[in-house]
Design a protein around this ligand. Sequence first.
Ligand SMILES: Cc1cc2nc3c(=O)[nH]c(=O)nc-3n(C[C@H](O)[C@H](O)[C@H](O)COP(=O)(O)OP(=O)(O)OC[C@H]3O[C@@H](n4cnc5c(N)ncnc54)[C@H](O)[C@@H]3O)c2cc1C
Ligand code: SF4
Ligand code: SF4
Length: 396
Amino acid sequence: MNNITNIIKSQSCYGCGVCAASCPKNIISMRLNDDGFYIPGIVDESLCIECKICEDVCAFAHEQLAFEKKPIKAWAAWSDDSRVRQKCSSGGVGFEIGRALLEKGYRVVGCKYNVEKQRAEHYIASSVEELVQSIGSKYIQSITEEAFKSIDRKQKYLVVGTPCQIDSFRRMIRKFRCEENFVLMDFFCHCVPSMNAWDAYLKCLKSKIGNIAYISWRNKFDFGWHDSWLMGADSVSVTEPAAINSTFDSLIQERKTAYQSRWSQGDLFYNLFLGDVCFGEQCEKNCKYKYDRSSADIRIGDLWGKTYKDDEKGTSALVAFTDKGMSVIQDLKNVTKQSHTFDVVAEGQMKENVKKKKLYPIIMYMLRHRYSITGLSFRSVMFAQRVLSYIERKLK
Ligand SMILES: Cc1cc2nc3c(=O)[nH]c(=O)nc-3n(C[C@H](O)[C@H](O)[C@H](O)COP(=O)(O)OP(=O)(O)OC[C@H]3O[C@@H](n4cnc5c(N)ncnc54)[C@H](O)[C@@H]3O)c2cc1C
Ligand code: SF4
Ligand code: SF4
């Protein structure tokens, strides 16, 4: 069986989980590697029939994108529902696209945070109440396996994910000749951090507030959109579990968390994630999705450019890459759209892949070997990282 060729050769990849969802023998399952990134594993290699579907659908295994089109049209956009705009990471346009497609009979495959497993995971929303859980970026790698495996390819879906997840997904629906049932949406993507960094951060958080019942990554409530990089959390002692039959009106309410830690004031998770010291090699060496490169129908993001610099409510970047994407956007009712060139809409987005900072190997080593994030050693490394970055900036 040693000569078998399948996706198991891959020890580092995008971790999109599309191979697991495509395998006709259902023998692929995702697991975390030592560096804290998802990779596929074969449950029972003797069952492999070497059909190579897993390799065909894998975006990591191909140099080109599944399809490469230039943006057709771009907008600044935001939800006209002030509660949605307030709760979402940028202007809430991702949520409004989901809501509009639910009304047309689609289901939405998006990402929620599972507090029991303390991880981000894809799930399928069939109602607007269920869709609320997808609100807000979870800046960690999402496990897609269960949701992608549950998709009925004869039904209609909006699928949202990182550009690499979406590129593989496009290959899969082409392979299975069901592309017309799907609308695909990605976002401008900085990178995903190691789950080892997330585990270390959670340990630190638990020592401060106890068992965690709610967590959020962005919040415009107190400091506005431009300073919305705020880790918010509540412990089980503060939070009632959401009732199964909660209404949309109650779920959409903005909530102020008891624990708050801002990037602008040195939050450790954001230091690790946006300090570029704990991403996967795939994001540095193999990402082919920066700026205007996408296999999706629609791309969204934060519109940070000069044109909206005074806006504190949140403005989304919105880009159509296909006629299908155009038609979904044109039908949106609850959204204000201002047409701009792509360069205006994408101002400030990365054109090149993330680059390792000097302390990357040390921090990845510490995370791999589970050094305590609360320990003096880790804090010293983070301090050294900040000092080095400061000196580097001054020398430039
Ligand atoms: C890891 C990551 C990196 C990002 N990097 C950038 C960037 O460099 N520049 C930029 O402009 N925007 C980036 N974004 C997107 C940005 O944070 C907002 O999600 C985007 O502006 C859309 O906001 P919104 O208000 O429309 O809706 P939101 O409510 O924020 O919608 C979020 C959508 O993203 C999906 N989602 C959330 N977390 C994940 C996840 N971990 N994996 C897959 N899908 C997820 C949800 O299903 C939902 O549909 C990134 C998001 C993530 C998750
Ligand atoms: S080659 Fe076919 S059967 Fe074997 S793991 Fe890949 S998809 Fe599954
Ligand atoms: S930076 Fe590129 S490779 Fe990394 S998660 Fe985002 S799209 Fe995928």
